[in-house]
Design a protein around this ligand. Structure first.
Ligand code: SF4
Ligand code: SF4
Length: 204
């Protein structure tokens, strides 16, 4: 796939929109109810298998708004090259939300990892970790279609930060520490380039 993006880090093109797009400073499920999880998510086949291997434990952390029938947790697998295994599996929606979202707006997969003293994102699908970022056709970019569906974090009056500033840990997770340092250098160069363009326009 051909792109106009200049920078590749960790095998992904970087869309500079991540530096400039406004977003909320931090997620607050008391304000948004975790609505980004209302639609379910696509997981890599490996994550899907990891989740199913833990099903008995996951069930213990679910509440009465969730289905404890693991046969109803996932859709049929499908081919998708944006996933490392080349196969994506969607989570099902139950009671108007992802099967793993509890009634307080928390992800059961993250809740379980934290309760067990494990890394909080151990069981969480990459695309859940990344949002409002997304990897689409090999480009790390903004998930603007999904952002537009939101009622809290999509509103300019709530957006006092940028996607970059509010996803530093997520970016480190997907790019690695070295990749993140490279991203910061690219960000500085990008803004320097914008300044230069502006001064050339003013001087013309
Ligand atoms: S991304 Fe938006 S909808 Fe999702 S938890 Fe954060 S603020 Fe809420
Ligand atoms: S797996 Fe967890 S984070 Fe992902 S959509 Fe479902 S509830 Fe939300």
């Amino acid at each position: 796939m051909e792109h106009n993006f200049e920078k590749i880090i960790n095998g992904m093109y970087i869309d500079p929109l991540i530096f400039t797009t406004k977003f909320v400073k931090a997620c607050d499920v008391c304000l948004c109810s975790g609505e980004c999880c209302y639609y379910g998510v696509y997981t890599d086949k490996a994550d899907y298998e990891k989740i199913l291997a833990e099903k008995d434990k996951i069930i213990k952390y679910m509440d009465d708004s969730q289905t404890k029938d693991s046969g109803k947790w996932f859709e049929e697998p499908e081919i998708d090259n944006d996933f490392p295994s080349g196969i994506a599996v969607g989570t099902e929606v139950h009671n108007g939300k992802c099967v793993f979202l509890d009634k307080q707006g928390f992800c059961t997969l993250q809740k379980m990892a934290m309760a067990q003293g494990e890394f909080k994102w151990k069981y969480k699908p990459l695309y859940c970790i990344l949002f409002p970022l997304v990897i689409f056709e090999g480009v790390l970019t903004i998930d603007d279609e999904h952002i537009d569906r939101m009622h809290f974090c999509s509103k300019s009056q709530n957006q006092s930060s940028t996607v970059f500033d509010c996803t530093i840990n997520e970016l480190k997770h997907v790019l690695g520490e070295q990749g993140f340092e490279e991203l910061v250098r690219y960000k500085d160069e990008y803004f320097e380039g914008l300044k230069q363009e502006e001064s050339e326009v003013e001087a013309a």
